[in-house]
Each structure stands twice: as C-alpha cells, then as structure tokens.
Write a protein that binds this ligand. Structure first.
Ligand SMILES: Cc1cc2nc3c(=O)[nH]c(=O)nc-3n(C[C@H](O)[C@H](O)[C@H](O)COP(=O)(O)OP(=O)(O)OC[C@H]3O[C@@H](n4cnc5c(N)ncnc54)[C@H](O)[C@@H]3O)c2cc1C
Length: 339
C-alpha cells in the first residue's frame, strides 16, 4: 500500500538544501506502485514533480502538488563477447552504478564518476563530464506514461540527446517517468583522458597506461578538489550551461577579449566557458546575502546557509544580466527551476 505523506520538508531531498515543503510526497520503490498511484484520478489531476537525488533542482517555492521520489533499485548485467549490457533501476545512485561497472572492468562511463544524482535522471539532461556524455553508452530507457499508465521504451533516437538536453526537458516534458535505463559498455576500454586535468593528474601519479579504475579515481579526485560537496555547502553543480554561439558571434567577442576560453561546440558552433564569462564580470567567490558563487568555480552557485530559492534565483538573474551586458551572451540556467 502506497504511503502518501503530507507537508513534507524537501530540505533533505535537494542538494541546495533549500527548505521548502511539498503538499504531498510519495516514494516509489517498484514499477507497479506507479500504476497503483495513477489509478487514483486525484493524482492524474494534481501537479507533479518527479525527483531522484534532487541535485539539479532549485526549489523556489513550496510545492503545492505531489512530489514523487524515485527509488526503484536493481542492476542487471549480461556479457556477450566483449560487449556488456547493463540495466539499472531509475532510483539507483548514479555513482553506485559507475562503481559497479568500474569494479567489473565494464568500460564506458568511468569519466562520469562522482556525478551526483540518480540513474533515472541521467537521460533528462544527458549528463556529461570530462569529454563523455551519457548518450555515448545509452541504449534505451523504460518509461511510465502518466496519461495512459503504460510502460514504453525510448531509444537513443527517441531521446533526442543534445548538450545537457533531451526530449524529456522539451517536447515531452512532464509526460513520462523514467523507471530504468539500459547501457552498452565494453570489456575493451576506450580510455579518454583528453579532457581537463585528467592527463596531468595521471602524469602526477606516474601512470602511463591507465586502466578505467585509474581514470575513475583521477576524475573523482579532480571533482572533489574543484567542486563544493553538497553535504557541506548546498549547491547543484554548474548552475548555467556553457553557451553555444556561432563563429560570427565568437569572432566579435574574440576581437574584444582575445583570452576568451572556448572549445569546439560541434555543428560549426563554439562553446564558451560560462565560468570564465561569469568570473570576468567579477562574480567569482562573491557572497550576496545567504547565497553566492563558489570560491573556486564561479559557475557553481551555493547556499551559505538558510538561502531561499528566490534569493538564489534572483542572484542568478543578476549574473545573467551582467554577462549579457559585458559579452552580449545570454546564459541559460542548467538547473531545473521549480516555482
Ligand atoms: C556537485 C555537483 C556536481 C555536478 N556535476 C555534474 C556534471 O559534471 N555533469 C552533469 O551533467 N551534471 C552534474 N550535476 C547535476 C546533476 O548531478 C545531474 O543533473 C543529475 O543527473 C541529477 O540527478 P538527480 O537524480 O539528482 O535529479 P533531480 O535533481 O532529482 O531531478 C532533475 C530533473 O530530472 C527530473 N527527473 C528526475 N528523476 C526522474 C525520473 N526518474 N523520471 C523523469 N524525470 C526525472 C526532475 O523532475 C528534474 O526536472 C552536478 C550536481 C552537483 C550537485
């Protein structure tokens, strides 16, 4: 029997540590419980928010509807020659899945070590780090369609993955709940150490031929040294996306700011480092009331304690305005704003 709780504090369910309340709250540990939940017309009609680890949310107000926390567990794996097929429940912790695979030398998601959150949320923004994106290992996901209570499969094509984007944030937003995800990994590693400080850190450790375990450990080490730990200081990782701009726009910025940090963005676009843009506007390490930017990375907004979602949101708007004024680039928020 499902337990629907009332007036539940969400403080421990979002990594920003914002203290808002959900009018109703339910935890789902099995697929059948979704069918049971939505058999009651009340929940079909109520506003809903599905959450996993709450590591990509900014809760601006109390939530007047039903918060559905996904806790479906389980990891299954099958090997065929050098191919490995892994299916994980949407409520599994993403990094537990990474550790499960790394321990068995299943290669493909080691660069995504230590990203917070759940497996079920990983396709939502096509999580990415250190030159790898979820889509590189993704086969399909099983979803629950709220309108019909049917389970369906979304293939990689169906998901329309892009940079921190998928169909779930756009065309079909709010219509489906991801219950499990299938991955294609390999026993033959394709070690990717090109991005960021991985190569340097491996060299520091005297590792010339890294294993996927080495890569996972180095990525975890770099992340811990650069990003604030949400259990100590509330945050949701990168608050903004790195903007993608045309060559013409880039040339105009480069003429004025030749040291602008940029990367190839694919499809003829240039990706700018949002953290650099924000830092150039003088925001790095700034505190404003109970919020501010992280001292080592201006892209991360933090809760210094007792911040409200509105306070963080307003602060993020000030950053967007000043970056636009200086560079003519409009930053987009990566974090999901729940208002
Ligand atoms: C310190 C830190 C570092 C981070 N680093 C990275 C990084 O390197 N790369 C990166 O890509 N992200 C990063 N993030 C962001 C975050 O970890 C990811 O976006 C993660 O996938 C969010 O998972 P979650 O379970 O916490 O999702 P939540 O925050 O709970 O939800 C995020 C969104 O997904 C929806 N959702 C959640 N679960 C489901 C489901 N089962 N079905 C349907 N919709 C669902 C929610 O409604 C919401 O819109 C970081 C966050 C933090 C705090």
């Amino acid at each position: 029997m499902l337990q629907i709780q009332e007036n539940v504090s969400l403080k421990n369910f979002n990594t920003f540590g914002i203290d808002t309340h959900a009018r109703y709250f339910v935890e789902i540990a099995h697929e059948d419980e979704l069918v049971e939940l939505f058999a009651d017309p009340q929940w079909q009609q109520t506003e809903r928010l599905v959450i996993g680890g709450g590591s990509n949310l900014l809760l601006v107000n109390d939530f007047a509807g039903l918060v559905i926390r996904m806790n479906i567990r389980g990891i299954e794996h099958r090997i065929s020659h050098n191919d490995v097929f892994v299916e994980a429940g949407g409520g599994e912790v993403w990094n537990d899945l990474v550790n499960f695979c790394v321990a068995r030398e299943y290669a493909g998601i080691e660069n995504l070590s230590l990203i917070p959150g759940s497996v079920g949320a990983s396709p939502i923004q096509n999580i990415g780090a250190y030159g790898v994106e979820l889509k590189d290992a993704f086969i399909s996901c099983k979803v629950f369609e709220i309108a019909t209570s049917a389970f369906k499969i979304f293939t990689k094509d169906d998901c329309k993955f892009g940079y921190r984007e998928s169909v779930f944030k756009n065309q079909v937003k709010g219509q489906y709940i991801i219950v499990s995800v299938k991955f294609h990994l390999s026993l033959i590693p394709n070690i990717n150490t090109q991005y960021g400080a991985i190569g340097q850190e491996l060299a520091n450790r005297g590792i010339a031929s890294p294993t996927i375990k080495d890569v996972s450990q180095v990525v975890s080490h770099i992340r811990v040294s650069k990003l604030p730990d949400p259990s100590t200081i509330g945050n949701a990782g990168s608050f903004f996306k790195n903007p993608l701009i045309s060559i013409e726009e880039f040339n105009a910025i480069y003429a004025k700011f030749p040291d602008v940090v940029n990367y190839p963005g694919g499809d003829g676009l240039i990706k700018l480092a949002a953290g650099w843009l924000i830092e150039q506007c003088g925001w790095k390490g700034k505190t404003a009331g109970n919020t501010g930017t992280w001292k080592n990375q201006a892209l991360v907004l933090v809760n210094h304690g007792g911040a409200t979602g509105q306070e963080v949101y307003n602060f993020s708007s000030q950053i967007i305005d000043s970056v636009y004024t200086k560079f003519g680039v409009m930053l987009q928020r990566e974090v999901n704003i729940i208002s």
